[in-house]
Design a protein around this ligand. Structure first.
Ligand SMILES: Cc1cc2nc3c(=O)[nH]c(=O)nc-3n(C[C@H](O)[C@H](O)[C@H](O)COP(=O)(O)OP(=O)(O)OC[C@H]3O[C@@H](n4cnc5c(N)ncnc54)[C@H](O)[C@@H]3O)c2cc1C
Length: 146
């Protein structure tokens, strides 16, 4: 597999796609709450996206992207098997909720990207977690089943 190859791509709503990217180095150390910066091609802009999920076994990181402008539209035109020019991370500080036992995570629309890995991590730590997701309309509700 090529570095930064798109392993899977899924349309979640009009103008929102989820991408699974092969990034074996970034996935080694990433944690919930962190983000990556990618470039689609050599001349592209560097654009940040939240790490929405990851699999150390598969060597992949998932991101959820809303198409709003130049790079996100360019990304939406790429397909499985295409590779990004670069994918840098993990960046930022992981979420630290270790002092709390009962936690309610609230996310709206594309903001669900950050609370999905947080909820998985907190459940795994045995915390009591409630999750509320909202959106402008039903078609923009992300990860309601997950
Ligand atoms: C830490 C971090 C994490 C993020 N995580 C996510 C995530 O998980 N998912 C996600 O979808 N987004 C996320 N974002 C936001 C994402 O980085 C931006 O949506 C992205 O940079 C847009 O890039 P673009 O090139 O597609 O848009 P651009 O072309 O840069 O356009 C961005 C906005 O500016 C407007 N615009 C562009 N040019 C002009 C102009 N000349 N005049 C007026 N308005 C203009 C566009 O209409 C658009 O609304 C995150 C941002 C940060 C900082």
């Amino acid at each position: 597999m090529k570095n930064f190859e798109i392993v899977s791509k899924r349309r979640l709503a009009q103008n929102v796609h989820e991408y699974e990217i092969y990034a074996p180095l970034a996935v080694k150390h990433c944690l919930a709450g962190q983000f990556i910066i990618l470039r689609t091609d050599e001349d592209g802009e560097r654009v940040p996206f939240t790490i929405c999920d990851y699999s150390r076994e598969r060597g992949t990181v998932r991101i959820l992207v809303q198409e709003v402008g130049y790079t996100t539209i360019k990304l939406s035109q790429m397909n499985v098997g295409d590779a990004l020019a670069d994918f840098t991370g993990p960046l930022g500080n992981p979420t630290d909720l270790s002092e709390f036992e009962n936690i309610c995570l609230v996310g709206g629309g594309i903001g669900t990207a950050v609370i999905y890995p947080q909820s998985k991590q907190l459940f795994a730590e045995g915390k009591k977690v409630d999750v509320i997701v909202g959106a402008r309309n039903q078609s923009l509700l992300m990860y309601a089943d997950e």
